[in-house]
Write a protein that binds this ligand. Structure first.
Ligand code: 4AD
Ligand code: MG
Length: 434
């Protein structure tokens, strides 16, 4: 009878049994009669021990020829190995070699520069750290969807081609659309506002595009955004929703991805604090005062710079919510603060430890007159917003929502310096390949 083919992560169920695993050689070490093959299959890495006395001379010699990233099927007996993080190893009885690379694998276990690694992103994905980051990303995507699905939101995909600039006209990717001008979507929000009036609560979760011409560690030109939108919701409720959502997602992460967080050597304290909720709240005014006390020269009315976000968030032990920003630097759709017409009913959530903005959102303007005025002030093409103005003409209600940048979230929870490792194939100003 042939042995069952199993994934390394499931190998504990086969203790003492003979199994086959399918994968790639991650690393190798030999000492006389023994060869230790580190084999990865995408689910995990296991040590496979080839003992000269247990296998044919032919097989032992063949195993010796294996190089990094050779593909193979290994058959052997599952044994306990308390020294390995997995807890098991395989005593090899047979190896079926599928492919031995004809040249040396470019990414060796030694250190490489980031540019080199990004050029080899298609191979870099196989490394342990990159595996851990992208597994965390996958888990967060599922948790994000689960949260909104469980709360009764309808998933409503927003278009990618659009004639509307939602987040200003300075970072649009323009494309020819059969002779007309179209942009790659910066945000699905305007369409979600239509969705909120149709379904009460909805969300979109897809790629968004911004021609970010600055090279920063917080900006990609293509990134994924989750954008919920809710009818009959005000700013206070919007902040509650965003906090509740983040708590849910972080709890899921802590419950299911401890192994990966450990590979990344992530300190869990701040994530555990975050899972308790009670995010700190500051108005923009209070945040500016605090920034002055911390030595920033920000002027009232300026948007936070990257450095401001860094020093501000280092002060807190969990995310902070900053609300009521000056309307002057916020998007056209932001509702004016009824108590102070210089302010907007906006909010950002800033991740602690210097990470900064991960969520932006707020309550939407409902007044047709104010919107007409704002569209003019922002120099937007009025005719492209006819459909949007219909939403205020037919059953207009207070509504609010937000957008979370997935890569910003992954960067923070993984404790990384730069966004580029949190998406399988990053797109930045100077990078379109691979
Ligand atoms: O603050 P932003 O621009 O807000 C919006 O787009 C709203 N229309 C969302 C809404 O209310 N439905 O972007 C939202 C989030 C930011 O907080 C950040 O996490 C992320 O999107 N983001 C980026 N992530 C990576 N690269 C970029 N260039 C990003 N720009 C924004
Ligand atoms: Mg923002």
């Amino acid at each position: 009878m042939s042995s069952p083919t199993v994934r390394i992560n499931d190998i504990g169920q086969f203790l003492g049994k003979t199994v086959t695993i399918q994968g790639w050689l991650y690393n190798k070490r030999s000492s006389g009669k023994l060869q230790f093959l580190q084999v990865r299959d995408g689910s995990n890495i296991i040590q496979c021990v080839v003992f000269k006395g247990d296998v044919s001379e032919e097989l032992f010699t063949a195993a010796d020829k294996l190089t990094q990233e050779s593909s193979l099927e290994v058959t052997g007996v599952v044994k306990e190995d308390t020294r390995s993080p997995l807890g098991f190893e395989i005593g090899v009885t047979d190896i079926h070699i599928i492919h031995i690379p004809s040249q040396e694998y470019p990414i060796s276990p030694k250190e490489h520069g980031v540019a080199f690694l990004l050029d080899h992103r298609h191979l870099w994905l196989r490394s342990k750290r990159q595996n851990a980051i992208l597994k965390i990303r996958s888990t967060l995507i599922k948790a994000i969807r689960d949260y909104f699905d469980e709360q009764g939101f309808i998933c409503l995909d927003a278009p990618i081609f659009t004639p509307n600039a939602c987040e200003g006209t300075t970072n649009l990717f323009e494309t020819d659309y059969f002779g007309d001008k179209a942009y790659l979507s910066q945000s699905g929000q305007l369409y979600m506002e239509a969705g909120a009036m149709a379904f009460g609560k909805c969300y979109c979760f897809g790629p968004t595009f911004r021609a970010e011409k600055s090279k920063t560690r917080r900006h990609l030109t293509e990134f994924w955004m989750i954008e919920p939108e809710v009818a009959f919701m005000d700013l206070a409720q919007d902040m509650e929703l965003a906090q509740d959502f983040l708590v849910y997602v972080i709890k899921r992460l802590l419950a299911t991805r401890t192994e990966e967080l450990e590979i990344l050597e992530r300190d869990l304290t701040i994530l555990q604090n975050t899972a308790q909720g009670s995010f700190h709240r500051l108005t923009y005014d209070q945040a500016v005062q605090k920034l002055h006390a911390l030595g920033s020269d920000i002027k009232w009315g300026d948007d936070f710079g990257a450095d401001d976000e860094t020093i501000l968030t280092q002060e807190f032990d969990r995310p902070i919510i900053v609300h009521r920003f000056p309307k002057a630097f916020k998007a056209f759709y932001m509702k004016e603060d009824p108590d102070n017409n210089q302010l907007s009913m906006s909010m950002d959530i800033l991740a602690p430890e210097g990470y900064g903005e991960i969520i932006g959102g707020g309550e939407r303007e409902t007044s047709l007159d104010v919107l007409e005025q704002k569209i003019k002030e922002h120099d937007l093409p009025r005719e492209e917003f006819d459909w949007y103005m219909d939403l205020r003409k037919f059953g207009s209600v207070p509504h609010a929502g937000f957008g979370l940048g997935l890569e910003r979230l992954v960067t923070w929870v993984c404790g990384l310096h730069h966004l580029r490792e949190t998406i399988p194939f990053p797109r930045m100003m100077e990078r379109l390949k691979p």
